[in-house]
Ligand binder design. Structure first.
Ligand SMILES: Nc1ncnc2c1ncn2[C@@H]1O[C@H](COP(=O)(O)OP(=O)(O)OP(=O)(O)O)[C@@H](O)[C@H]1O
Length: 237
């Protein structure tokens, strides 16, 4: 079992003049960890802190024992934001070939990444003429050009149809089985059951941490959505 990939202690982040994360403590280990919570609760801000692009007001974030964003982590992290970060006027293959050159990897890695996100049939299509889901899969393919030890994915399944969502979750598990720590955010509670471990988040705090089974059992709930509401209700009481 992998030692913790990520350790967060006392993390506080202020954005727009108000605290968005307040004294967070958490760890992320191996397998597929889901960061689940309603829109605006601070998921993207936390992921930004993990990859080292967010200014911190307090606390400490380490990834594989190094400060988040530090040089030794450069080749070990894959990060896919919500906005597709690829060139619209280039085809899928051209985008990946470009990023492969930047990263110093070759054709084999390009083919493997295109295959992994199931876009082999669209290699020559300009990304600007693809659907939102296809575009986000091109961004994911860029992150898979190297073999990241930690893959941070910000709402990768938003707007995808159920078949594609299922296929992407299967891909996340294959990557985790191959040794990567995979951290996936989502505001869709029914994605919870697909995770090995859950971090439930609300208003800048982690309100539950455990496997889907553990969290359901702890709250006597039939599903994670009900568990989430039960925890929120108990907090408010
Ligand atoms: N650039 C910014 N400047 C000021 N405040 C911001 C900025 N980006 C986000 N925020 C605020 O920080 C809070 C958390 O935002 P964040 O994007 O981390 O939430 P989220 O859980 O990822 O939401 P979503 O699921 O909608 O992406 C929100 O209240 C938001 O208004």
């Amino acid at each position: 079992m992998m030692k913790n990939a990520v350790e967060v202690r006392g993390l506080t982040v202020v954005r727009g003049g108000r605290p968005v994360l307040e004294g967070l403590d958490l760890t992320v280990g191996g397998g597929v960890t889901g960061l689940l919570g309603p829109s605006g609760c601070g998921k993207s801000t936390l992921l930004r802190a993990l990859v080292g692009v967010q200014r911190l007001q307090a606390g400490e974030v380490t990834v594989f024992g190094h400060p988040a964003g530090s040089r030794p982590l450069r080749d070990r992290l894959g990060y896919v934001t919500q906005a597709a970060s690829v060139y619209d006027d280039l085809s899928v293959a051209e985008n990946l070939t470009f990023f492969a050159r930047v990263l110093g990897v070759g054709r084999v890695e390009v083919d493997r990444a295109v295959e992994a996100v199931d876009l082999s049939g669209h290699r020559d299509q300009p990304v600007g003429r693809m659907s939102g889901g296809q575009r986000s899969r091109v961004s994911l393919a860029v992150a898979l050009l190297t073999t990241p030890d930690l893959l941070v994915l910000d709402e990768p399944t938003v707007g995808l149809d159920p078949v594609l969502r299922r296929d992407l979750w299967a891909l996340f598990h294959r990557l985790a089985d191959a040794g990567a720590a995979v951290l996936v955010s989502s505001h869709v509670m029914d994605e919870a059951e697909r995770c090995d471990r859950l971090l439930l988040m609300r208003e800048g705090r982690i309100i539950a941490d455990g496997s889907p089974d553990e969290i359901r059992e702890r709250t006597g709930s039939a599903d994670i959505e009900t568990a989430f509401l039960a925890i929120v209700g108990k907090d408010a009481a």
